[in-house]
Write a protein that binds this ligand. Sequence first.
Ligand SMILES: Cc1ncc(COP(=O)(O)O)c(C=O)c1O
Length: 495
Amino acid sequence: MTTLPQVLVDPSSPAPLHRQVYESIRRSVLDGTLAPGTRLPATRELAASLGVARNTVMLAFEQLIAEGYLEGRVGAGTFVTHSLPDDLLLASRTSAVTPRGGRDENLSARGRLLADTGRLNRREPTRERAFRIGLPDPDAFPFSEWSRILGRVSRKPELALLGYGESAGYRQLRDEIAAYLGAARAVQCDASRVIIVSGSQQAIDLVARVLLDPGDAAWIEEPGYPGARAALAASGARMVPVPVDREGIVVDAGIERAPDARVAFVTPSHQFPLGLTMSLGRRAALLDWAHRAGAWVIEDDFDSEYRYAGRPLASLQGLDGYGRVIYVGTFSKVMFPSLRIGYMVVPPELVDAFISARAIVDRGSPSIEQAALAQFMAEGHLARHIRRMRSLYARRRELLVDAARRRLGGLVEVDAPETGMHVVGWLPDGWDDERAALAAQREGLVVSPLSNYYLGEPPRPGLLLGYAACDERTIETGMIALAKALSTLGVQASR
Ligand SMILES: Cc1ncc(COP(=O)(O)O)c(C=O)c1O
């Protein structure tokens, strides 16, 4: 759908009209009013609605395209680009806090970084399930048990649950998590090292606040998780994309690009978004580098519960003999994301600093939900739910792979690791995955283009297809819709 941007033009202003149109659209792109992928109206239509000459709008569009805010696609129109130029600028800046001339003067240097990199709040909540990634199936969650426990805890809360509570988190929940992580993930910890956070996102943000200075280098997986990239970049750190191959992050490439990085962000159990598992050799090399460089490794273990074959893998933290790993986990995938409860396990010498930072940010997480979650775990409901979801999602994964094979006629090559909640569908070389995702969106699907997860040029186009929240019928009808969307693209223009 074409979106008419909020363009403000003031004929009495000394600034040229085309400059005003340019600035107005640029701001709407940066503040998210115009989301990535949005199609802009034709220049003639926009010029008419603004009461300016078409040439004025064309000049503004040309400038925005040249700077990478917009992209024109032959025959399709003009769209807001998916990888904003400011992200890329950020990647190459040595000191990211240098004030930028002409930027919003109300903001501090840190505020500008937050405004420019914090593009996470863009997702419109839609009801479409196929093939949204990262969403557990809400229909399969045992809400009756959860609400019974939540009701019990909140009906007559003990006094301790009504005050400010410990910033590190509710003690019983930290005990439950420490026991779970020790048994299920071979994490070395006790409750004193577990800090409750409002999701992995806050854990990564706290690492950036506590351990990174502006200009410090941070390795991030390429492709990688935009949430982590945004949190680290917003601290003024220099993003160093490090490629991922079949064994996980290529440690030698990281050492070549930034041997003195302060932080490395990795997803060893299930690389996001490609789904690979980091090999033992790479794990050892990463830990060895971190030890020698005095760097910290953030291990984001966001959905390792969903492993459908083979033995459960131990965490990277469990292998770490040097104490360089900060382990991060979340209840977003095993419960539901709006719960906003996650945890981090930090090396002993960092515990006080992290608890202090947590207290400054927001004092702590809501105590009643933490207490209810502790009881939900203690009574075995969470472990039972995870066991059920593991077999449900394994079945859905197989259904999706089978439907893709039957419906997509060999056009899409599916890479389906036996872990996680989505697969990667590789498109033929030369296809534009953003265009494919837009075509899928027109058919009522939510499909993520793989290129969204790269800072640089992606080597191959692809689509991420989530299956966890899709029942059998949704998978089948979704795949028919995807086949239709891809067939409408016809012969693709190369990227
Ligand atoms: C790689 C990765 N880490 C973490 C998360 C979860 O984040 P949070 O715990 O903040 O909900 C996600 C969710 O999509 C993710 O993809």
